[in-house]
Design a protein around this ligand. Structure first.
Ligand code: FE2
Length: 196
């Protein structure tokens, strides 16, 4: 029987706290409540994304500013570092308006979800990592999702203005609504959770 590793259990506990921060919109917190309820039940089909990509090398530098932080953000950064060897990496190659070379300059780390450390299909919990000056393509997907930022970064929903929720802040994307993100002069690191 599958037994969840204690490092993953710890990360999930920390992430659950981050996704309930008052700085998130209420709808984002609500999405997260449902995701983390499902996560109370460990589940893994053993499928792992084994590939690594160039942007994975940005992870250490992106976590570094938070490693000495005594808040939940620091807890999350330290927890992600312990999970790194087991993260399932993947990249988006579709969608419109991505910056040149965005495929090489970003990576998504799946922690719980298809191909991740806990491979399952009822939810996704992971993060996006964008190199500086990278715009992720406009995209949409049926699952609603919530984000929490671990760095500076800008987001756009539908045809609205770009905005930076701030470190520890976040946003909520309703089902099938168009959205995008972009980094500025520093790398963007943002946790997401999706209710599938
Ligand atoms: Fe998305």
């Amino acid at each position: 029987m599958y037994q969840r590793h204690e490092n993953l259990e710890h990360f999930i506990r920390v992430a659950r706290t981050l996704f309930q921060a008052p700085a998130l919109p209420e709808a984002g917190r609500q999405t997260a409540v449902k995701v983390f309820e499902r996560l109370e039940q460990p589940s893994d089909d053993g499928k792992r994304n084994r590939a690594r990509y160039p942007a994975c090398d940005l992870l250490d530098a992106s976590l570094a500013p938070l490693l000495d932080d005594s808040t939940s953000l620091g807890d999350a950064a330290r927890a992600i570092k312990t999970l790194e060897p087991a993260i399932g990496w993947q990249r988006r190659t579709s969608g419109a308006n991505g910056s040149e070379d965005y495929v090489e300059k970003h990576v998504n780390g799946m922690i719980c979800g298809p191909g991740g450390m806990e491979s399952r299909y009822d939810l996704q919990l992971g993060f996006s990592l964008l190199a500086p000056h990278t715009r992720y393509p406009d995209h949409r997907h049926p699952p609603e999702e919530a984000y929490v930022l671990l760095s500076a970064g800008e987001f756009r929903q539908r045809d609205g203005d770009w905005f930076d929720p701030g470190i520890g802040g976040g946003l909520h994307n309703p089902p099938n609504s168009l959205h995008a993100m972009r980094s500025g002069t520093t790398a963007l690191l943002a946790l997401w959770c999706l209710l599938v």
